[in-house]
Design a protein around this ligand. Structure first.
Ligand code: FES
Length: 293
């Protein structure tokens, strides 16, 4: 329904690029600490943290909108508006961290989403101020305006997450079309030792790393945004060999696909490997989307 069927126009709103260009250096400066950015992305959670934290302002403001319609419950509505404002700040921090690693079209939509949220935040702040000055009618009107803007902004955020796939694992769709059972990757000796290469089973591209007689195989498309892992850099983190995606620097353990650094939060599907008669066989044991060992 109008205007939401026009949301995709935001993806092509080039004027937003000038705003993004001004904000990006500030965001990059603020997000230099990798532990902090990993935390904000939700690496520790195995899931993007942003949609978890937005529950606080969304829930508090929705409840406040209901309670504002009941005269005796209005003090509680005021309290919930304050809770929503407090909860919006950490939610915004996670959103900014995710936004910093998105592509241009996603960043345009993300910027519109952020502008809507800032507007809603301003309206709720003004509502609290009006309530503190006993201008309760104005306070309620401002809160309802904030609720409407926050709802529209949430719709834009949903478009970013679901239509523009900012957040879902981009590796899982590849894993889902893998042929069932064991597939042949060819002779072990044909794999270069210590150098990542790309192979495939069916239409599924694979990251393959041989270390002597051991072979590690992951889905090659990075779970963050489909970057080619076989073009990444090998490193060691916590005594385990890792591959860093060439696009935005997500780092995965090569033996099990676990995320070591974001922005990815979903583990890279790791394939089972066997060597029989000098030939390497692989199969997907099932989809692993979290960070469980
Ligand atoms: S595609 Fe973004 S980190 Fe790999």
């Amino acid at each position: 329904m109008w205007p939401f069927n026009q949301i995709d126009r935001l993806e092509n709103a080039q004027p937003l690029d000038a705003v993004a260009a001004k904000i990006k250096p500030l965001v990059e400066k603020a997000l230099v600490n990798r532990r902090v950015t990993d935390f904000l992305h939700g690496v520790w959670l195995g899931h993007p943290l942003h949609p978890v934290l937005v529950q606080v302002p969304v829930g508090a403001w929705t409840s406040a909108a209901i309670l504002d319609s009941v005269p005796r419950a209005r003090p509680a509505a005021t309290l919930l508006i304050g809770v929503g404002i407090a909860g919006a700040i950490p939610a915004a921090a996670t959103g900014v961290a995710d936004w910093s690693q998105q592509d241009t079209q996603q960043q345009r939509t993300g910027l519109a989403h952020a502008m809507g949220n800032v507007t809603a935040l301003g309206l709720y702040g003004a509502s609290l101020l009006a309530r503190s000055q006993a201008r309760h009618g104005l306070g309620r009107a401002l809160a309802y305006a904030g609720f409407a803007v926050a709802g529209a902004s949430a719709t834009v955020g949903g478009h970013l997450a679901y239509r523009q796939t900012a957040g879902p694992s981009h590796a899982v769709p590849h894993a889902e079309i893998a042929p069932p059972g064991w597939a042949d990757l060819g002779p072990l000796v044909d794999l270069p030792d210590g150098e990542p290469v790309q192979r495939s089973i069916g239409d599924v591209p694979l990251f393959v790393l041989r270390r002597g007689s051991r072979v590690h195989v992951l889905v090659d498309r990075c779970s963050h945004a489909s970057g080619p892992l076989h073009e990444g850099e090998l490193s060691t983190e916590g005594g385990r060999e890792c591959i860093t995606c060439p696009w935005h620097g997500s780092t995965f353990r090569v033996d099990d696909g676990r995320v070591v650094h974001g922005p990815a939060t979903a583990a890279q599907p790791a394939l089972q490997v066997r060597t029989q008669d000098g030939r390497v066989g692989v199969r997907l044991p099932g989809l692993s989307m979290g960070n469980d060992d």
